[in-house]
Write a protein that binds this ligand. Structure first.
Ligand SMILES: *Cc1c(COP(=O)(O)O)cnc(C)c1O
Length: 244
């Protein structure tokens, strides 16, 4: 048994995580209602980077069902310690080709597909599996050079090509919002992702009809993202506290 399972996780810390998750779920539901959407329109994905497996276990036991890791190494390291708890793991950070086998072993969805060559390699590997690998196309909607993702102008073509690959199932789109106190500017990026999603889903291209997810919004901007149609917000610090 992995060491992290035999080691007891501080019960007070586990309770605090559960409490913060409930507060976050209520915040998300309230934002959905405020946006005129059903209160369960947006799922919470726990962004677990740098958190020990014990903290992630506490969050899943408190009702979290989706986790997101930024690094394949962390997926691999924590995967065995989470295997007995029902959940889905998504990769929400960049994927290098040499890590594809490990990512396929531990991730249920790769949210960060941003170029065709990576998608083709993933598809080739995933074709041997009984079910296609779920992926999202990551779009750089903020225009910031430091952020990953395909450019908005290239997103439609990439998504149509990804959706046509036999080993993959395109489930939607992901973006990291503009880091800014200007809510209108942040909202504009999220609206751009929604417009891309609507164009792709409505295109009639093979494999695109189910690409409905919008993974956008984090602890600081989830209300803005939900108002713009987020179906999944990725929340770290609001549940786990500041990363150390
Ligand atoms: C860390 C991270 C998040 C969560 O950010 P918080 O501000 O801690 O909620 C969401 N998405 C990605 C891609 C991240 O790296």
């Amino acid at each position: 048994m992995p060491e992290s399972l035999t080691e007891a996780f501080d019960p007070a810390r586990a309770r605090a995580i559960g409490q913060a998750l409930r507060v976050t779920q209520e915040r998300v539901a309230a934002a959905c209602v405020a946006a005129g959407r059903p209160e369960d329109a947006t799922a919470v994905l726990l962004a677990t980077k740098t958190q020990p497996a014990g903290a992630v276990r506490a969050a899943i036991k408190a009702g979290g069902s989706l986790i997101g890791e930024n690094r394949v190494q962390e997926l691999v390291a924590k995967g065995p310690a989470l295997a007995d708890l029902p959940h889905q793991a998504h990769l929400i950070g960049p994927l290098q080709s040499n890590k594809i086998p490990a990512a396929l072993r531990w991730a249920d969805c790769i949210q960060t597909v941003a170029d065709l060559s990576l998608a083709q390699k993933l598809s080739a590997r995933a074709e041997a599996r009984p079910a296609p690998l779920e992926v999202m196309v990551q779009v750089n909607t903020s225009g910031e050079d430091t952020k990953s993702g395909t450019q908005p102008a290239a997103a439609f073509d990439l998504a149509a090509q990804v959706a046509g690959l036999p080993g993959l199932r395109l489930t939607g789109f992901m973006t990291i919002g503009l880091f800014s106190p200007d809510a209108a500017a942040v909202a504009k990026g999220f609206a751009a992702l929604r417009a891309i999603r609507d164009q792709v889903v409505g295109s009639g291209e093979p494999g695109t009809a189910g690409a409905t997810h919008l993974s956008m919004g984090m602890s600081g901007d989830l209300e803005i993202a939900i108002a713009e149609g987020a179906t999944m917000v990725r929340v770290g610090t609001a549940v786990f506290g500041p990363r150390v």
